[in-house]
Design a protein around this ligand. Structure first.
Ligand code: SAH
Ligand code: SF4
Length: 346
């Protein structure tokens, strides 16, 4: 017997063909597709515009595996962290961050992460599996409900900065962006979506050729190979020069500047000499720089966030050299909802 297939792995055309195979008229494909994505049905039974016998046939032929809310935590600053349960009982986390006129969803792409960056709580969990397209989509749908509840407004932005390395779940991440972007899905513009990567050069080149328009962020955190090797294992196989070459190719193809994410760690990468190295990289590829406050993760890392005087000195040094730099403050810290803190304490 062949394994029963997740119905949300089909494109609209393939689904229509599947329904024809089941002896149904072609238009049913479109109807089912609409239930799956636009109406984000959680079961075949919910698809009330379909004849009952068809709902039964679908349930026998395919699986539908929605993600469900497990634990909701709300921060004083309005940030909501969701613990979510997958159909196989594994847990993931996602965050909704309200900020002035924005509501940003931060979604996971894998259960755990294989890359084990020394500063990251997720990296401490071993990678269990990739998330399916539908599982990434469901996180957005659930976080959108919280955005509406919080501010009466839907999500405005999505960042792939939750658990996992998105470019190591390449196909599902790309397909999730396509469906989030599509009118049959959530109709969200690609320019409101950001994928963050620790720097998988080959995958960056590949996505440059996809003809997509979302934003790309590189978790840089150290501007020389020597330092980056110490905190990010991936740098051993993806050297900075290869990553920069891939990013230049990405810029050539998309016209999109990339964002360098740079966490300032106390006495590790916060001197003016480090700033010089960062400026040198900045001149090698069209980029913006985000300086990120470190959220310490107890029991995982000895790294500490840089002192605020050091941070100001570092940032001013960059500004005086005409670097396009922003300082990102951390959100939802009281509930461990900030970047790099997602690790399923519950
Ligand atoms: N794996 C991808 C995306 C998930 S991590 C990546 O590494 O880019 C999302 C962002 O959070 C990355 O920039 C990551 O470096 C950062 N991050 C990880 N741990 C952090 C921490 N403890 N404090 C602040 N940022 C952290
Ligand atoms: Fe994985 Fe990103 Fe955390 Fe590194 S920072 S361990 S790549 S999730």
């Amino acid at each position: 017997m062949t394994a029963i297939k997740d119905i949300r792995t089909f494109t609209a055309d393939d689904l229509a063909a599947e329904l024809v195979k089941l002896g149904e008229p072609k238009f049913r494909g479109k109807q089912v597709y609409e239930w799956l994505w636009n109406k984000s049905a959680r079961s075949f039974d919910e698809m009330s515009s379909l004849p009952k016998n068809l709902r039964g046939k679908l349930a026998e032929t395919f699986s539908l595996t929605p993600v469900s809310e497990h634990i909701v935590q709300k921060s004083k600053d309005g940030t909501v962290k969701l613990g979510m349960r997958l159909a196989d009982n594994r847990l993931i986390e996602g965050v909704m961050i309200p900020d002035e006129d924005r509501n940003t969803a931060c979604v996971s792409s894998q259960v755990g992460c294989s890359l084990a960056c020394t500063f990251c709580a997720t990296g401490f969990l071993k990678r269990e599996r990739n998330l399916e397209v539908g599982e990434i989509y469901d996180q957005v749908v659930l976080l959108n409900k919280h955005a509406l509840e919080h501010s009466g407004k839907p999500l405005t932005n999505i960042v792939y900065m939750g658990m996992g390395e998105p470019l190591l779940n390449y196909t599902n991440v790309m397909n999730s962006i396509r469906i989030i972007n599509s009118p049959e899905g959530l109709n969200m513009a690609q320019k409101r979506i950001t994928v963050s990567t620790s720097g998988v050069s080959k995958a960056i080149k590949r996505l440059a050729d996809e003809g997509m328009k979302f934003n790309l962020a590189l978790s840089l955190h150290a501007a020389t190979n020597e330092k980056r090797d110490k905190i990010m294992d991936i740098n051993h196989s993806n050297k900075l020069e290869d990553v920069i070459a891939a990013l230049n190719y990405f810029y050539e193809k998309t016209g999109n500047k990339v964002t360098f994410e740079y966490i300032l760690f106390d006495k590790f990468n916060d001197t003016l000499e480090d700033a010089e190295h960062l400026i040198a990289l900045y001149h090698q590829v069209p980029a913006f720089i985000n300086i990120i406050e470190y959220n310490s993760v107890e029991g995982v890392s000895d790294l500490k966030k840089a002192k605020s005087e050091k941070r100001d000195e570092f940032v001013n040094y960059l500004r005086n050299r005409n670097v396009n730099v922003k300082v990102r403050r951390s959100r939802g810290k009281d509930i461990d909802a900030a970047c790099g803190q997602l690790a399923n304490k519950n």
